[in-house]
Design a binder for this molecule. Structure first.
Ligand code: FAD
Length: 545
């Protein structure tokens, strides 16, 4: 997550030093861990040049199947709300993802990667943060930085050093993960087995990974002893029950873990931010760990870049940076709520919950309509920032509730703008809508006449916020022949609207193109940069709130 943040900041012209406590990158130590990466997260990684090699290596999957004993009770197909070239899910070992990120960072002049430097002290002095560092030899040194991004994992020293609590729960139950290499006749789907004959009363999850590797995840009792299983041959027996008696296999990675559900009390403490596992940890079912950490990095990078480049300052800068906490902490709390519900189903902690689980599974085995109550993990999705103070909605006010049913990927304020293939004249590098995002804001008008009106507003916006990176496009001029949906179709979906889109691709405002009052685009941009609406009215003639 830290290296992703560094690359996203570098893409926006901000120099970053990455401090890594480990003396060098050791794939064996880093381990397989996160394997499932989600489509919209791959798009973030695509902006920093890492998705290409990941996609070339990864296994793609589009279907999840759930079984109870010997019977299949549910099938989930992952649909595309837009028209993306990226698959809904890929499986790739976390150490490969890390390797591609590190290789990319090593080539990026604005990123300095420093291994063997552990952060052991933090002190803020005015506009500087003083970091105390320790090398494996015990030698100490210091470094000053304008901002610190604490992406140092669940045991985060940064979080502890700035005095932010990490409340939540840890669970007793254990899971055994074994990645094995073998030729197995399973398709590349997610298979989740409740109470299979080969792990009675508990569950087993199987995923295909690249290079003939299979991730098998067993729920095991809280007193499970891996060493004893190894010694007695019970581990081999356990694996054989899945792969068959005669199939040769090789263990590639093996780990026993307990799961935790914790969210940091604050994601920002002055000039220090918390990201990834340092800010939140959840049970892995649903793949909400690394995926949401990368979304943290994306959310923070453009805000810090605007502040660092002096586009936004003083109170507005404070509000913009505080919105990282408002938006990403809300996402983390949602993730915890969702995975806690999954864990309540997977590992019931009361007699009543056990009974409920058996009843639901039995009902699903009899009637497919009952399968929606079976919870084997709800998969990671983007979080819509509909209630964010940066978002212009009809109900927009700090602390307002997100309008019910805001799509996660869609055209409503707060949603992540959908993808579609497209071509923009004079910009051969743009092949899809999401290529328009990443650096700066985008104002998307449905036609040329509306774009001309929007352009006038962008001049006002740049007068108000000198240096604001923003471009406008006329959806009609953006072509995409021979595909089912063009950008113009998207923008005209329902009624024609002008979309103000943030650098991270989330919709900051969706204004009625037929009747938007003068100044609305400026106000939406200003709001998305943390400015107070009253400042916009004072400084932009002809606008009204
Ligand atoms: C079994 C398992 C399966 C999972 N499956 C998935 C999945 O399928 N999909 C998914 O999205 N997520 C999954 N996750 C979660 C995912 O692995 C984590 O969310 C992810 O590793 C978080 O990345 P991070 O960069 O925040 O933290 P980490 O990966 O923990 O990285 C932190 C880094 O900081 C360094 N560090 C620590 N302290 C210091 C210090 N004081 N100074 C300098 N450096 C320091 C560490 O050496 C490390 O390199 C899974 C996790 C587990 C355990």
């Amino acid at each position: 997550v830290g290296v992703t943040a560094a690359l996203l900041l570098a893409k926006q012209g901000v120099a970053v030093t990455v401090l890594e406590a480990a003396p060098f990158f050791d794939p064996a130590k880093s381990g397989s861990k996160a394997i499932c990466q989600q489509r919209d997260v791959l798009d973030i990684l695509d902006r920093i040049g890492v998705a290409g090699p990941m996609l070339a290596e990864a296994v793609t999957w589009t279907r999840g199947r759930t079984f109870y004993r010997a019977r299949e009770i549910a099938t989930t197909e992952f649909e595309d709300p837009g028209e993306s070239p990226t698959p809904p899910w890929v499986n790739i070992s976390q150490c490969s993802t890390e390797r591609y990120l590190l290789e990319r960072a090593a080539k990026e002049p604005l990123v300095s990667l420093r291994y063997g430097e552990r952060v052991v002290g933090i002190r803020t002095e005015g506009e500087q943060v003083l970091l105390e560092l320790e090398r494996p030899s015990g030698a100490r040194s210091s470094l000053t930085a304008r901002w610190v991004l604490g992406a140092d994992g669940s045991h985060s020293s940064v979080r502890r050093l700035v005095g932010v609590g990490f409340p939540g729960e840890s669970y007793d139950d254990q899971f055994l993960i074994v990645d094995i290499r073998a030729d197995l006749p399973f398709p590349n789907e997610r298979h989740f087995h409740f109470d299979p004959p080969w792990n009675p009363g508990r569950q087993v999850l199987i995923h295909q990974c690249p290079d003939r590797v299979w991730r098998i995840d067993w729920q095991v009792p809280s007193d499970y002893d891996l060493e004893a299983e190894r010694r007695t041959g019970a581990l081999d027996e356990r694996i054989r029950r899945v792969v068959g008696r005669t199939t040769p296999y090789e263990v590639v990675w093996l780990s026993v873990y307990r799961f935790h559900e914790r969210v940091a009390e604050r994601f920002r403490e002055g000039r220090v931010f918390l990201l990834g596992d340092a800010a939140h940890i959840v049970a892995p079912f649903g793949a909400r760990g690394l995926n949401s950490g990368i979304q943290d990095a994306e959310n923070l990078a453009w805000k810090l870049a605007l502040v660092e480049h002096g586009v936004v300052h003083e109170d507005a800068a404070e509000r913009l940076l505080d919105s990282y906490d408002a938006e990403r902490r809300a996402a983390a709390l949602e993730n915890v709520a969702i995975t806690s519900e999954t864990m309540r189903f997977l590992v019931p902690r009361s007699e009543a919950d056990w009974r409920r689980r058996v009843e639901i599974l039995e009902a699903a085995a009899r009637d497919p309509a009952a399968a929606s109550a079976v919870n084997s993990g709800r998969f990671a999705e983007p979080y819509p920032y509909a209630a964010s103070p940066l978002t212009t909605t009809s109900a927009a006010a700090p602390g307002a509730e997100a309008p019910e049913g805001t799509p996660r990927v869609g055209l409503e304020p707060g949603s992540l703008f959908p993808d579609a293939p497209c071509r923009v004249e004079g910009r051969p590098e743009v092949r899809r809508v999401r290529d328009l995002f990443g650096v700066g804001f985008v104002a998307l008008a449905p036609d040329a006449a509306t774009r001309a009106a929007v352009e006038g507003e962008l001049e006002d916006a740049v007068r108000l916020l000198p240096g604001l990176p923003v471009r406008s496009y006329d959806a009609e001029a953006i072509t995409a022949p021979a595909r089912k949906r063009t950008l113009a179709d998207l923008v005209r979906d329902g009624r024609p609207r002008v979309f103000v889109i943030r650098p991270d691709g989330h919709v900051a405002a969706a204004l009625d193109a037929a009747s938007f009052p003068r100044g609305s685009v400026v106000r939406a941009l200003a709001r998305a940069c943390g400015l107070d609406a009253s400042v916009v009215d004072r400084t932009t003639p002809g606008t009204t709130s």
